[in-house]
Design a protein around this ligand. Structure first.
Ligand code: FAD
Ligand code: SF4
Length: 593
């Protein structure tokens, strides 16, 4: 039965691929050879486009999605009654478990599913892949939490023998963290905590009432709770105004007071006059010359459904960690039969997400607090950095704690659980909602996963997308390390809540993942699929994100990360991309590419 199904899939795919190929029978070649072709305009690609064009190179940027117009596309100040389904989507899609991000307020074209562009998951695995198709990629949607990796994060194998060390040190990347923070604007405070290095910070906003309550609980149990570090302006910077505290960053910020590549990196690249941005351009594979160097990119022009090619002296991949692995694996040739830059067999391997487990506390003292101004940035004003770095724990590495809740603007599905849990309806239910509104605080542990042999992505031999491009298949397993970490997270959330005078309300139910650990991919920090290293036999890139096998090929998204410490990855992607682009400029000037 299974064999029959496989055969059917293969036939269907072959048919689909043939149909698509016949639509694309005329391959259009661009007559021009650019200095660099960048694929993807998110964090990594936007930064590369800016640095390379400002450095004097002519860059063509291929972006699979459409252009972005913040005035039309961002719904920062839209009311629920202005939206077709009050924000909940068709059939209340956003209220279904795990779909909260698909509400109608979110910045456009970020979703768990993209019509006609599937991915598959191996039978014994669970994995979700949140993708975006628009200029700026997922930097339109991200939470703006901007944390530096710590010196120890680059040397963790030396410390505990697990995974690999990075080929670069904190000292190599620190000047680029400085540049990125100074350019995009990050608020925070200097704290001198070894696991959470200080940066170049704007002043932070003050904690909200609900955050003060949680901080008091943290103080009682000896856990540091400090101002958060987010890529949101509290002071004007480079023509961008300071945040006006509408609290809706996830919808996008029309005035660019928070960071997105679409508003902060692409415009300066365009102003150089050296950027050619091609939208609706779905890269399918990289072209390779007879000399074994990257020669350009073949892409599907979505509007005409025709195949086009651009040629360039160097290629920079930044389509997001897994999509870049897909492109490399799909770029097979006689010179590179296992995919481009894959002589090590490491492309797609070492896939990591963050370990995530969430919990919630109820704080009855909030019931009596009079209405007050809860305004602030779109996210937390305080957080808990990793604090147990100086002791032996049950698990390797560490986690930090993010938090949210209190009297924030009611969002899609906010009272859904409450209505499930509380008895009554009509007036009495409304009274209960009013009484309890603002009394909940949520905690999210975000921790480090150790790469393992069961977590990787490869090409599904049986499935292609609507463009005829073979799709990714995910394999994913948490190990005991991560489960023990999630257990510790749950115990800590409870301890903080109870110390702050609250009741911890999260319960694990039969069938739930142990200790609430989120499925792979759900935290949207997937990285590691073309890791850096000093040894070309065990790594894909060198310390400058440059492929060992193909010296004019760079990968500047999260694929190059060797470890995925508890810190969210985007600030590091931005810093590595800037560093790689400086190196590319230098090598281009010397004629070394
Ligand atoms: C809701 C949410 C919250 C998050 N919160 C945080 C946070 O607080 N802190 C943090 O550090 N990180 C956070 N992240 C993760 C962060 O968004 C990513 O780490 C970051 O955007 C990755 O950058 P990237 O350049 O690798 O990829 P992306 O930003 O995904 O950009 C990839 C780009 O490539 C394009 N593309 C893809 N395939 C192709 C193709 N075949 N051809 C051409 N173009 C292609 C896409 O359209 C996209 O524009 C969050 C993500 C989400 C969705
Ligand atoms: S909270 Fe500030 S940065 Fe975020 S969308 Fe509102 S004004 Fe913009």
């Amino acid at each position: 039965m299974q064999i029959m199904h496989g055969l059917q899939c293969a036939l269907q795919s072959a048919l689909q691929e043939r149909q698509v190929r016949s639509l694309m029978s005329q391959v259009v070649r661009s007559p021009k050879t650019y200095d660099v072709c960048v694929v993807g305009s998110g964090a990594g690609g936007g930064m590369a486009a800016k640095v390379l064009t400002e450095g004097g190179l002519n860059v063509v940027l291929l972006e699979a999605g459409p252009p972005l117009n913040p005035d039309v596309d961002y719904k920062e100040h839209v009311w629920a009654y202005e939206l077709p389904h009050r924000g909940a989507g068709i059939g209340g899609n956003a209220i279904k478990p795990g779909n909260g991000l698909e509400n109608e307020f979110l910045a456009p074209t970020g979703a768990w599913t993209i019509e006609g562009e599937p991915y598959t998951v191996a039978a014994d695995s669970k994995f979700r892949w949140f993708r975006s198709r628009i200029v700026g990629g997922r930097t339109n949607h991200w939470g703006r939490i901007a944390l530096r990796f710590a010196p120890v994060d680059f040397r963790s194998k030396t410390r505990d023998g697990l995974g690999e060390d990075w080929p670069i040190s904190y000292e190599d990347i620190a000047p680029y963290y400085d540049k990125v923070e100074g350019y995009i604007g990050v608020f925070g405070t200097k704290e001198n905590i070894p696991s959470a290095p200080d940066g170049i910070f704007q002043p932070p906003p003050k904690p909200r009432c609900s955050e003060v309550i949680v901080k008091r609980g943290c103080d009682k149990v000896g856990i540091p709770c400090i101002p958060s570090r987010m890529a949101i302006l509290t002071e004007a910077l480079n023509g961008r105004p300071a945040c006006h505290y509408c609290g809706q960053c996830g919808r996008g910020c029309r005035r660019a007071s928070n960071f997105s590549s679409s508003q902060v990196l692409i415009p300066p690249a365009q102003r150089t006059g050296r950027l050619t941005l091609i939208t609706g351009a779905m890269a399918r594979e990289l072209l390779v010359g007879a000399d074994g160097k990257a020669a350009g990119v073949s892409y599907v022009d979505k509007a005409s459904r025709s195949e086009k090619r651009v040629h360039a002296k160097a290629v920079v991949l930044a389509a997001s960690a897994c999509e870049s692995a897909r492109l490399l694996l799909n770029s097979k040739s006689s010179l590179f039969p296992d995919g481009l830059a894959n002589s090590s067999g490491m492309v797609g391997r070492n896939l990591m997400d963050s370990v995530g487990s969430d919990g919630e506390g109820y704080f009855p003292q909030m019931e009596k607090i009079p209405p007050h101004n809860h305004d602030g940035v779109g996210g937390m004003h305080v957080y808990v950095p990793w604090w147990k770095y100086d002791r032996q724990n049950d698990f390797p590495r560490g986690y930090h704690i993010e938090m949210g809740g209190g009297r924030e603007m009611p969002g899609v599905g906010m009272f859904h659980d409450l209505c499930d849990d509380e008895e009554g309806y009509g007036v009495s239910l409304k009274q209960t909602c009013r009484k309890m509104y603002g009394c909940f605080m949520g905690f999210s542990g975000r921790g480090e996963m150790i790469p393992n042999a069961d977590s990787y992505c490869d090409i599904d031999p049986d499935v292609v997308d609507k463009w005829g491009i073979p799709v990714l298949r995910f394999h994913f397993k948490w190990s005991d390390h991560e489960l023990k970490m999630a257990k510790d997270m749950q115990e800590t959330f409870r301890a903080i809540t109870e110390a702050a005078g609250g009741t911890y309300v999260t319960r694990s139910r039969p069938g739930d993942n142990p200790y609430g650990i989120a499925d792979g991919g759900v935290i949207i920090h997937e990285v590691g699929t073309a890791r850096m290293g000093t040894d070309p036999a065990t790594s894909v890139l060198n310390g400058y994100c440059q492929a060992h096998d193909v010296k004019n090929l760079f990968v500047v998204d999260g694929a190059g990360l060797v470890t995925n410490p508890d810190k969210n990855p985007t600030l590091t992607i931005l810093a590595l991309s800037w560093r790689a682009s400086d190196h590319l400029l230098d090598q281009a000037r010397k004629g070394n590419l």
